[in-house]
Design a protein around this ligand. Sequence first.
Ligand code: GLA
Length: 398
Amino acid sequence: MILDVISLKSFPLFNLLYSMTHLIRILLVKALLAHALWAGNFSTIQMKPFGNDQDGREATLYTLKNENGMTAEITNYGGIVTRLFAPDRNGHFEDIVLGYNTIDEYLEATPYFGALIGRVGNRIADGKFSLNGEDYSLVTNNAPGGIPCHLHGGTRGFDKVLWDAKAYIENNESKLKLKYTSVDGEEGYPGTLEVTVTYTLTNANELKIEYHAVTDKATPVNLTNHSYFNLRGEGNGDILDHIVTLNADNMTPVDAGLIPTGEITPVAGTPFDFTQPTAIGDRVDADDEQIAYGGGYDHNWVLNKRGQGMTLAATVYEPESGRYMEVLTEEPGVQFYVGNFLDGTNVGKKGIAYQKRTGFCLETQHYPDSINQPNFPSIVLEPGEVYETTTIYKFTAR
Ligand code: GLA
């Protein structure tokens, strides 16, 4: 006898089985969803107000989360990475960047915590340069060794402006695209520069920063990010035990004003040799003229590059937590600064004052004062050209 579905469904036992499998299916889908959410298997983005900037314009704080549960908090004020939670070897997340809880603290005083730096990152000797027969004079807002220079884009660099922001998820990765138009003459620089910086928190636990800029007049451009890391967690003491390698056989030595002399010299046999894993504290106070000028490490290393493309610039290992950071970049140099100027006046997110050397920066970049140094790779962007460069901070634990 052949039974059709209708007649089959009229059997009470079949009915029961049918509704049970249906129920199990629903429960299963729900459980899978709950598991995915619980395990953080989706990238998400949250937004909240972050207070007003110096012009009374409202800034936003974006929380980017990846599918492993790693989070980055970034504000469109200065493009500042305010928090970055990375797992230790036991999967315990800790905020590993220095910074503040509120925009007001950033407005009051910051040694560039977490910020985007431009139009020209690092120093320009005496704030002066010539380009296409024109002399430019920029503000001198820094004076190491009592010698004035222009630092990190001037009085109101890209770290102190409000960027237009768009947060979105693409291929299950959370992204924050920031845009800023730096008008002709801003901070004394020539040409209107249209800048886009895209932060991506990848599912490989990387904070990827893609920089893009175009200009309508020749202008120097050198963009970077000024995050201070402490892989043991911000506020958890100094960074002297962090073990660093720098993929650099050479550096650019500086004068007393931290301006490169123009030479490119080998690091071998000096406290600047990080070609083998070495603790920051081992030689940071070595009896060395360059160390004395920087009050520790505050120098540009010339990366060993193989052609164009990404180079592994640095690795940093923190033995207690097991956190391991890799820095990859397309840039030719990296400023390794170990927080020598931190002196306890900046009180961080945990209410702990950041003392000397409680954070370090790896600012990928073109070399300092490149605009005045003919033998350094050029930082001049011409109209019609596209400035494009990527840096990745990747976090694992071992
Ligand atoms: C850069 C410079 C340092 C210092 C910090 C900010 O890393 O190289 O000398 O100015 O920024 O304090």
